[in-house]
Design a protein around this ligand. Structure first.
Ligand SMILES: N[C@@H](CCC(=O)N[C@@H](CS)C(=O)NCC(=O)O)C(=O)O
Length: 204
């Protein structure tokens, strides 16, 4: 059985939604980042990187990184494109999400990664928030005239949805992003999405 190690409201929401959607039985283990549980020895044995998500596979292997977890779950549950080019496009978007959009947000939530000077934190946060806003505008543009990021619903969509919830959390003017907001509403029509949000106590 698969086990997801996750934190409420984190990027682990994406695989959480996918697992809910799968219909397959799985376990969830909460790693409370507010309590620094991701840095405790027990968890570091599972993921030496000290981050969520981790997906423990049927044989006990721990897989980290959304760039690996989401394609794996997508292939397992039929939520990943077929065909070399469609898969490459999906990986391109997942790479952009993980290496650019998420990292911009990390400047807001983890400025201490980018400077030892606490006096610099406010500026790092401000710049990170502006960059994050710019990137989610790009996601909004990609969604113009389409329901989902790929040809059909796929693991890309819960990942993009995470960024919408973060935009709401940081009080960005999300309703100005008409395509992304319509997408968010389509996501909310899915029972698995509502279930994951309720479990993680997220209101958007
Ligand atoms: N590249 C990783 C990033 C994972 C990541 O940074 N997760 C955050 C939560 S969104 C985390 O665990 N942060 C804990 C910390 O910074 O100590 C991925 O995409 O899976």
């Amino acid at each position: 059985m698969l086990t997801l190690f996750y934190n409420f409201g984190s990027c682990s929401l994406a695989p959480h939604i996918v697992l809910e959607e799968s219909g397959e039985r799985y376990d969830r283990v909460r790693v409370n980042i507010a309590r620094n549980e991701q840095r405790q020895a027990d968890y570091l044995r599972i993921n030496p990187l000290g981050r969520v998500p981790v997906l423990k596979l049927d044989d006990g292997e721990a897989l980290s990184e959304n760039t690996a977890i989401l394609p794996y779950l997508g292939e397992r549950f039929g939520l990943w494109p077929t065909g070399a080019l469609a898969r490459a496009r999906a990986l391109s978007l997942i790479g952009f999400f993980a290496s650019t959009v998420h990292v911009a947000h990390a400047h807001v939530s983890r400025p201490e990664r980018y400077s030892d000077d606490e006096g610099a934190f406010a500026g790092i946060r401000e710049k990170g928030k502006a960059s994050f806003h710019g990137y989610i505008k790009q996601i909004d543009a990609r969604l113009a005239g389409r329901d989902w990021l790929g040809e059909s619903y796929s693991v890309l969509d819960p990942y993009a949805f995470v960024f919408y919830t973060w935009g709401v959390r940081h009080q960005l003017p999300m309703t100005e992003l008409a395509n992304f907001t319509a997408f968010k509403n389509r996501m909310l029509e899915r029972p698995a999405v509502r279930q994951a949000l309720a479990d993680e106590e997220i209101r958007i």
